[in-house]
Design a protein around this ligand. Structure first.
Ligand code: BDR
Ligand code: CA
Length: 311
């Protein structure tokens, strides 16, 4: 069977970085065809740099294009999350300077070109940041939907409430107009919202088990998770959720998750609910909104994938 071809659109970001490392490790199950970056956790120049850093750390510097996407959200003022990711976006974790350049292609052009070429053999788009790039690609070339088999998104919240406002989750809040366009595009979607990622907190013992794997990549993943835990503890008094890595684990092990079909509305009107996602649960919905995760299973799968770096 043909391996799943994925593009990761991200804003690294500590947890985006761990998601990228996990996806690269799972190369027997999925091919990471390319990475596009968005402004989000930190400014666009930094998310691009961080994606290049992680690509090289995974040993994939020459094969996988990294393309800079939109420098900011569609309509709203830019918002960042340095409190949770540090000023560089990768906490206090120090990495060698990336040597392989970013692709010259703009991230949105890359999405349009690649997804058009994928008609007949559609690809999966994983979005772990604000959905600006995909919304722009859909506006420029609505026909790209036929190059997509599904879109897997980390974003939104229902029963859990928000993490950036009482209602809104960061990725959707950072570009609600883009999220609204993506939720309307009709491609089957899976959503890892705070309703499920808040069930996936990483303990110190789990971080220790990843570190003990010993490879450079595993130690880096442990450093990123530990930095995430420290920053989240300062801000929220609890360990950090495995937000973005959950998208990759849901692709690898859908059996570890349960959800309900829905259509999802995004509040784009100014006001206290700005950026809120409202799932309307219905059998004929095109979005699978995850509600439950097997936390131990998700962690074990991630550990098992990261262990491959040492092999
Ligand atoms: C999401 O927001 C970002 O800060 C994280 O990288 C994750 O994608 C969680 O709300
Ligand atoms: Ca992210």
């Amino acid at each position: 069977m043909r391996k799943r071809q994925i593009i990761i659109d991200c804003d690294p970001g500590l947890d985006d970085a761990v998601a990228l490392l996990t996806a690269f490790a799972a190369s027997d199950m999925m091919d990471v065809a390319g990475i596009t970056t968005a402004a989000g956790n930190v400014r666009a120049e930094l998310t691009l740099r961080n994606a290049r850093i992680i690509r090289e750390l995974a040993g994939r510097g020459r094969e996988v294009p990294v393309c800079a996407g939109a420098p900011g959200p569609l309509l709203r003022d830019p918002v960042t999350a340095e409190d949770f990711h540090g000023t560089t976006g990768l906490g206090n974790v120090v990495f060698p300077k990336p040597r392989v350049r970013a692709s010259r292609a703009h991230g949105v052009n890359y999405l349009v070109r690649t997804l058009r070429a994928a008609r007949g053999q559609p690809m999966t788009l994983v979005v772990t940041g604000p959905m600006t790039n995909l919304a722009l690609a859909l506006a420029m070339a609505p026909d790209i939907v036929s190059g997509l088999d599904e879109i897997v998104v980390m974003g939104g919240a229902d029963v859990e409430g928000g993490n950036i406002t009482p209602y809104a989750e960061f990725n959707v809040f950072a570009d609600p107009h883009a999220a609204a366009a993506v939720f309307r595009c009709g491609v089957p979607m899976r959503v890892l919202s705070l309703d499920v990622t808040h069930q996936l907190l990483t303990s110190d013992e789990q971080v220790g088990r990843i570190r003990a794997l010993g490879s450079t990549q595993a130690v880096a993943a442990a450093d990123l998770l530990a930095a995430s835990n420290r920053l989240e503890e300062n801000e929220k008094g609890r360990h950090a959720p495995l937000h973005d890595p959950s998208t990759i684990i849901a692709l690898l092990r859908p059996d570890l998750f349960e959800g309900r079909k829905a259509e999802v509305k995004v509040i784009t009107e100014e006001g206290e609910e700005f950026g809120r996602t409202i799932p309307d649960y219905r059998e004929d919905g095109h979005v699978l909104w995850y509600t439950q995760a097997d936390a131990d299973g998700v962690f074990s799968e991630m550990l098992g994938q990261i262990a491959r770096y040492g092999e």
